[in-house]
Design a protein around this ligand. Structure first.
Ligand code: 76R
Length: 248
């Protein structure tokens, strides 16, 4: 029988996409808009405190194109906290002007394809840091979900573990060429959301998303076994740029 791989799982993740209801935003009074921006700043300040205390992490990006306007990505130890955050945002004054556009639930994942010398590698500081990462606040983000193919001869789930491990090792060699240019967080979503993995990439230059994804298309693990969902790409929205972004 084909052996599954053991995974190391870290913080739960919520990608929360919102569209600004620009019509009601424009109809709102100056005071209401101010109150709404302040409510968002308050939430961000509270989430920053969580991040400083290493109990989670978050980022906010402005999505390019019509799929959404904003993407929040939250990492927390439990799905309850993610749900609370989502509700908190909905209840806030800003929430009155945010229409849910899309969401994705997953958990930060590393697999144990390569052998580790210790029994509990998830406790090694460098691994623990990758399972519970402080999200980079790089200028650009790219998010998309993906599956491993299960069709005819191209079935990832009938490949032996060492073969899958070898293919992923080849894949990682392509990935490493982008060190410093692209930072990736792989989140597992089997049993949690519609696709099997979420891919979140951060870059200083959005062209690097096209370069890495294109180059990886030729790695066997993607050319034979990769199926991809919808792509979202965005620009970092730092706290001090939110008011200007919403200013009308
Ligand atoms: O353990 C590690 O993180 C190192 C080896 C590695 C694994 C096991 C690795 C390295 N990846 C692994 C697993 Mn990856 N990765 C993707 C995508 O668009 C595409 O074609 C694929 C989307 C990108 C861009 C990317 C980048 N990787 C995985 C898995 C889980 C598969 C499974 O278990 O079946 C998926 C879905 C996936 C997808 N990967 C790297 C990168 C980069 C940049 C690296 C090098 C990171 C580094 O070494 O610093």
């Amino acid at each position: 029988m084909v052996e599954a791989v053991e995974t190391m799982d870290g913080w739960y993740s919520l990608h929360d996409f919102r569209t600004v209801d620009w019509t009601s935003w424009k109809l709102a009074t100056e005071e209401e808009r101010k109150e709404a921006i302040e409510s968002l700043q308050q939430l961000l300040a509270a989430w920053e405190k969580v991040e400083e205390e290493n109990n989670g992490s978050h980022v906010l990006y402005n999505i390019v194109g019509q799929k959404a306007d904003l993407m929040f990505m939250f990492l927390r130890p439990t799905t309850n906290e993610l749900s609370e955050i989502e509700t908190e945002l909905n209840k806030s004054k800003m929430g009155e002007f945010l229409i849910p556009a899309h969401s994705y639930v997953s958990v930060v994942e590393l697999s144990k394809y390569r052998p580790y010398k210790v029994e509990k590698p998830e406790e090694l500081p460098e691994i623990a840091k990758r399972l519970k990462p402080i999200l980079p606040k790089w200028e650009h983000v790219c998010f998309y979900p993906m599956d491993r193919r299960r069709q005819g001869e191209e079935n990832w789930y009938t490949l032996e573990k060492d073969v899958r491990g070898q293919l992923l090792y080849e894949h990682s060699k392509t990935g490493r060429k982008y060190a410093g240019k692209v930072s990736q967080i792989i989140t597992g979503s089997i049993g949690l959301d519609d696709w099997e993995w979420g891919v979140t990439l951060f870059a200083h230059d959005p062209l690097q998303f096209k370069k890495i994804v294109y180059e990886m298309r030729f790695d066997e693990v993607s050319s034979k076994y990769g199926e991809f969902g919808e792509f979202f790409v965005g620009n970092h929205l730092p706290n001090d740029a939110i008011a200007a972004y919403l200013n009308i």
